[in-house]
Design a protein around this ligand. Structure first.
Ligand code: CO
Length: 133
């Protein structure tokens, strides 16, 4: 797969307004971007930690997958995103190795990244995102 680093960690929160002050005032990180991703029915807030980012995810609709996650498991770590060279190629490779895919092809995520998710049933229960610029 040729993963270079952890691009971001996605964290499900009920409210960005409540969560952002913790990351800024306690951890001393700076929120540099807030973006709504209509496709995934979330509003995202980003912080840089070295070359990795924290991506806070607030659901914007009751049928948002993140709303379902919070309902079932509460707030917390939602997914881990690995930076790869070629998402389509990695999806193909994963599928050949018997991994169940959520996305059969890359789609557009926050920050203009190309992203795709692997199913937690095939990834030791960690929702796994592959992404590239
Ligand atoms: Co993500």
């Amino acid at each position: 797969m040729n993963i270079s680093h952890i691009e971001h960690i996605g964290i499900a929160v009920k409210s960005l307004e409540t969560a952002i002050p913790y990351y800024e005032n306690v951890l001393g990180l700076k929120c540099y971007s807030i973006e709504e991703v209509a496709d995934q029915k979330v509003k995202t807030a980003f912080f840089k930690v070295g070359q990795t980012k924290i991506e806070l995810l607030e659901p914007t609709a009751e049928d948002s997958p993140v709303a379902a996650f919070i309902e079932k498991r509460g707030e917390g770590i939602h997914h881990i995103a690995f930076k790869v060279d070629d998402v389509a190629c990695c999806l193909h490779e994963a599928e050949e190795k018997g991994v169940r895919l959520i996305d059969k092809a890359p789609r557009k995520g926050a920050e203009g990244l190309k992203i795709a998710f692997l199913h937690p049933k095939s990834t030791c229960s960690v929702l796994t995102e592959l992404c590239t610029e």
